[in-house]
Design a protein around this ligand. Sequence first.
Ligand code: ADP
Ligand code: MG
Length: 828
Amino acid sequence: RVRRTYEVAVEDEQATKPSDAEVQRDKTEVKSRYQPDVVLKKSRYNTNNEPHNNNPPRYKASQSDQKFILQQEYIDNKGFMDIQRKKELLQGNKVKVKDDKRSRQQIWEEKQLRNAVVGSNIDEIKVENSDRYEYVFDTEATIAFTSDQEDELPEEGETLSTEDARLLEELERERSRLLSIQETRKLLPVYQYREPLLKAIRDNQVLIIVGETGSGKTTQLPQYLIEDGYTAGGKYQIGVTQPRRVAATSVATRVSDEMEVILGQEVGYSIRFEDKTTSGKTLLKYMTDGMLLREFLTDRNLTKYSCIMIDEAHERTLATDILLGLIKDILPKRKDLKLLISSATMNSKRFSEFFNDCPIFTVPGRRFPVDIHYTLQPEANYIQAAITTIFQIHTTQKLPGDILVFLTGQEEIESMRENLEEISQKLGSRIKQLLITPIYANLPQEQQSNIFQKTPKDCRKIVLATNIAETSLTIDGIKYVIDPGFVKENSYVPSSNITQLLTVPCSKASVDQRAGRAGRVGPGKCFRLFTKWSYNNELEMMPKPEIVRTNLSHTILLLLSLGVKDLLNFPFLDKPSIPSFTKSLENLYILGALNNKGDITKLGEMMCEFPCEPEFGKVLYSSAIDERCNGTLSECLTIVSMLHETMSLFIGKKKEALSSIMSEVESDHLFYLEIYNQWKGVGYSRTWCQDHKIQFKTLLRVKNIRNQLFNCCKKLGLIDKDKEALESRSNDKEKNSRITKCFISGFATNVAKLGPTGYRTTGKSTGGLSISIHPSSIVFQNYKEKAMKPYKAILYQQLMLTSKEYIRDCIPVPEESWLTEMMPHVFK
Ligand code: ADP
Ligand code: MG
């Protein structure tokens, strides 16, 4: 859908015919700039069946290669820096791993890690014999770019005057001389402003801090605050919020390293289901904005904090917006509380106005010039265009100079990684090595730190990132940015009550921010895979704040349970629309969280207690309390916990795991339950996971989530109720249907019914949206392989609107009567 608008825009562009002069200029531009280049094409020449090359290219494990592995050794198995180990290694007391003593697990893990990190970097690569194509350089199929600059893009090598080159060289030498972390800290732009900053904080309760990404706001400011005594020797904490989990954990790791303390002690982090802090000891806590929001439930005035820093406020996540409103409310009561709001340059004014024109402190950043290049034509396939551009850069531009590519999500990133690895294997020694490192929210933590590894000599690092690398993470050494100009964004339509995750064009502010990532270490280049016309005419100025494009049910429930009664007059930076409010209240009413007067019910309060979506809270509640389906708490606890981690559960395809674990199962939910139970049955074994292609670490996380939810149930008295129910029930035959009913009680709005044209969602006002079951779902596989008669209704956990409307993680509802039985007010 998005693609289409994009193409329409293209026609528009052609409709506004360029002047002759422009055409002429474009032509010369096409010729003069960017001739390079490499494109990977099936060869026209080598068409016989002979393998092209009988001597497969060999890679030697270079020294830098070893360095890379060595660095891995001080990352412990949770993905954190093992400081003691690191020190030992650096001092030369290498911890030797005896080869013959390595367990199967260790060998396997190492192999996985190597596969995952440096696919092209193994000792020997075989060119498959069956492959009769050769990758060749083709000058015709390259992507032409136009530049923002009036003058031409200088050829590499001529770029710098000798004076510049000398200065840069000197700079480089200087950089490597100042190796120690403490000295690196002093090089960051904020360091020069340490005193004035601290003074401004002393003088003002609220301060907006604006600075270039990478200037040290996130890592340095909180340390300055500790040094300036804001923690009063451990009496108070400093809390720093981040919109993303990855940022919270990675920054906390970095700062604990800088402060030479163990992560989780003086410096810790808190993300959902994972609290790595020590009470009484932790001074500085990085956390997701959602976590701080939850803290209001137990401590309405945030009494344990002396200072809160809302970082990356410009991202305008829902939780950040609500936090700003709530904190604004407590500031008069907590005169001693300091609030810092850090933001990229965009919309810092808005924040200042919101807080009664509080001062804005700008940290002047250093940023080198970045040449912006646009494509001459819109690219129909931005993935392919990005790959081509990567190789154009890699083969024409000198090393060092890493490349950062902005993609929209995990799937895109993983498929591009495979693609790049395959191509670079085929090109073999004709190109310098590529080190491909992905970064996205669901990437296992132990792999996340790879993006910060120093690029080995004679090698180019390619970072494939979601917009997490736009501002939250700073990766040193990036010289080229490739920006397709898209981002995945939630979009909620109250009338249909459906949240879609759409790929939409970025805002101007975002693409400018992305381009800036190329100019941190020296002059850089940014290749935009869209036209200049599109930049000037199609892009929005700013990204839309999440609060105006998301389902507000959970937030409203939270606000109500915090005692915020007058929702419409809550201080919102941007007020959500009235239909959005009404729909959310209606959803909460359906769930039983509100009564018909709009007051929060006991059940509603209970749902808030769970550290997960209220819908899941309702499922757990029903499984213990509701007579129609109780006695299933244990199973529901497992399923709910598993559903939180399905994204990184399987190594390889879900189907493979299915056939190796059990022969028949009717729903994804029961499959997840079976996985967990079998794993538990063998004593939570690692080997079992290996044998069934399941991520051991993911299951460990599931176990941890389950524990937390269990404790919460215990606190609410649900465990005892469930026991009573179990005792009163003699047979266990109906268990699976009871589980289904529990999920109906929580996710009544996520039901699709079978009609003449297939499954449709059951939106009351819209008549439903036609959907398909995702091929990864057990239900899909059952239909396909066992030619089963389709169920009348299906409950789903996720609806994804991509090329097709897919539902994921499904549980069939064999009897429609169950719907009316459980949720009469929805299905009558
Ligand atoms: P800001 O918040 O202003 O964008 P940061 O405080 O995040 O800046 O980063 C400051 C510097 O610290 C960066 O330029 C980078 O060099 C370094 N840095 C930050 N995080 C890491 C990390 N996880 N590993 C290595 N270096 C890091
Ligand atoms: Mg930051």
